[in-house]
Write a new protein. Structure first.
Length: 70
């Protein structure tokens, strides 16, 4: 199978404000905050790929994997 490339990447982070500061202030990416999200998730684009950042959520009891954890 061949693909045309990446479209987006989703990352779960422990602190969205700190991540926004790192990627926006330090690295200079144009940050877009997703206003409808109370945790202030955000994204930026680079090289045609969108990078989405969402806050970590608590895992379920006895759960070994969750896409909502770091």
């Amino acid at each position: 199978m061949q693909t045309p490339g990446l479209n987006h990447i989703i990352l779960t982070v422990s602190n969205t404000a700190r991540s926004r500061a790192f990627y926006g202030d330090l690295l200079g990416f144009e940050i877009i905050v997703l206003e409808q999200d109370p945790d202030k998730s955000f994204f930026f684009a680079c090289g045609g790929v969108q990078f989405f950042f969402f806050p970590s959520r608590q895992p379920l009891p006895n759960d070994r994997f969750s896409e909502f954890r770091i």
